[in-house]
Design a protein around this ligand. Structure first.
Ligand code: PDD
Length: 285
C-alpha cells in the first residue's frame, strides 16, 4: 500500500487520502454486494474509452434500479482530479457505486438511501504477456446476470484461485459445453483466419476491450463472427485471446495443459495487438 500513500480518492463528494477514506459497516455494498463497479485503463495519465465505461456503468446502475449519481462531465472532472493527484506510473481508475448505507439491515431496497460513490486511481502492473499464458477451463457457477458489472465476484475469485492453485494464469468459464469468458476478461478464438467471440448475452460482461477489438477487426476487414464457441472448437483453435481493460489482449498458448495449435503466440494476435496499441495512442496522446 505504501506506493499509494498520499493519493487522493473521491468518496461521496470529498477528496481524501486513500488511507483515510472509509465507508460505513452498514453500507449495502459491504452487507449484500449491492453495488456495481468499473475499471477504466489509464495511459499517459489519461483515461482510455471513458465514455464507453461510463455508459456501461449507467446500464449496470439501471439494471439494479439506480440512477447515475453524477453526470458525464462531473465524472470526468473527478477522474482528472484523482489522476492529477496520483504519481503512480501504471494505474487504473476504479469506480464503485453502492446502494449506500442504511440504519437497518434488510434485503428490501430502501427508497431513502444515498449511494456511496468511490473513484480511486489504483496501482496496476500492465503485463505485456509476449510469450502467452496457460489457462484452465472451469464450470461457470456465476449467476444469470453476468452482463451487470456487479461487485459480487466470488465465483470469479474462486475460479482465478483454482487456476493459480495449479500454477496457471487464469480460467475460462464453461457453461453447457460453451466457453464463455475469462474470470475478468472476454474470450476470442481464431480459426482459419476468422476471429470468433462469444455473442453478447446475460452469460458474459459486455467488455469495452471486446468492443474495441471487434471495431478494429472490422475497420481492417478481418473476418469476425460473434457466435457461441464450444469447448471442442476452442481446443482446436489456431489462437485464443483473453481481453480486458487492464490486461489488454492476452494470448493463450496452453488450454487445460494442452498446446493451443503449435503452442506459441499467433500472427493474428501480433497484428491485433499492434493495432490496439495504435488505437490507444491515438486516443490518449
Ligand atoms: N474486469 N468479463 C469479465 C467477467 C470481467 O470482469 C471483465 C473486466 C471483462 C472485460 O471487460 P473490459 O474489457 O470492459 O475490461 C470481461 C475488470 C477489468 C475487473 O474486474 O478488474
Amino acid at each position: 500500500m505504501s506506493n499509494t500513500k498520499g493519493h487522493m480518492v473521491y468518496l461521496n463528494g470529498e477528496y481524501l487520502d486513500l488511507q483515510k477514506a472509509k465507508i460505513s459497516v452498514l453500507d449495502r455494498g459491504f452487507l449484500f454486494g449491492d453495488s456495481v463497479y468499473e475499471v477504466i485503463p489509464v495511459y499517459n495519465h489519461r483515461p482510455f474509452a471513458a465514455k464507453q465505461h461510463l455508459d456501461r456503468l449507467t446500464k449496470s446502475l439501471t439494471a439494479i434500479h439506480m440512477d447515475s449519481p453524477l453526470d458525464h462531465d462531473s465524472w470526468i472532472e473527478i477522474f482528472d482530479r484523482v489522476l492529477a493527484s496520483s504519481a503512480l506510473t501504471d494505474k487504473m481508475l476504479y469506480i464503485q457505486v453502492t446502494r449506500g448505507a442504511y440504519p437497518s439491515r434488510g434485503h428490501a431496497i430502501p427508497d431513502d438511501v444515498t449511494p456511496t460513490v468511490l473513484v480511486a486511481a489504483l496501482p496496476t502492473t500492465r503485463r505485456y504477456v509476449l510469450e502467452g499464458v496457460n489457462v484452465i477451463t472451469v464450470k461457470d457457477q456465476r449467476w444469470a446476470n453476468c452482463r451487470i458489472k456487479a461487485t459480487t465476484l466470488l465465483p470469479n475469485v474462486l475460479a482465478k484461485d483454482a487456476a493459480q492453485r495449479v500454477s496457471t494464469h487464469d480460467a475460462i468459464f464453461v457453461k453447457d459445453g460453451f466457453a464463455l469468458e475469462g474470470t475478468a476478461s472476454n474470450l476470442f478464438m481464431v480459426k482459419d483466419n476468422t476471429v470468433f467471440t462469444s455473442p453478447l448475452s446475460a452469460n458474459i460482461l459486455p467488455g469495452i476491450t471486446r468492443s474495441i477489438v471487434i471495431d478494429i477487426l472490422k475497420t481492417h476487414h478481418i473476418a469476425i463472427e460473434e457466435k457461441m464457441i464450444t469447448l471442442d472448437e476452442l481446443k482446436k483453435a489456431d489462437e485464443i485471446w483473453l481481453t480486458g481493460s487492464v490486461q489488454e489482449i492476452v494470448p493463450v498458448v496452453l488450454l487445460d495443459h494442452c498446446a493451443v495449435a503449435d503452442g506459441i503466440v499467433g500472427p493474428m494476435w501480433k497484428r491485433i495487438t499492434r493495432l490496439y496499441a495504435d488505437r490507444v495512442e491515438q486516443e490518449t496522446t
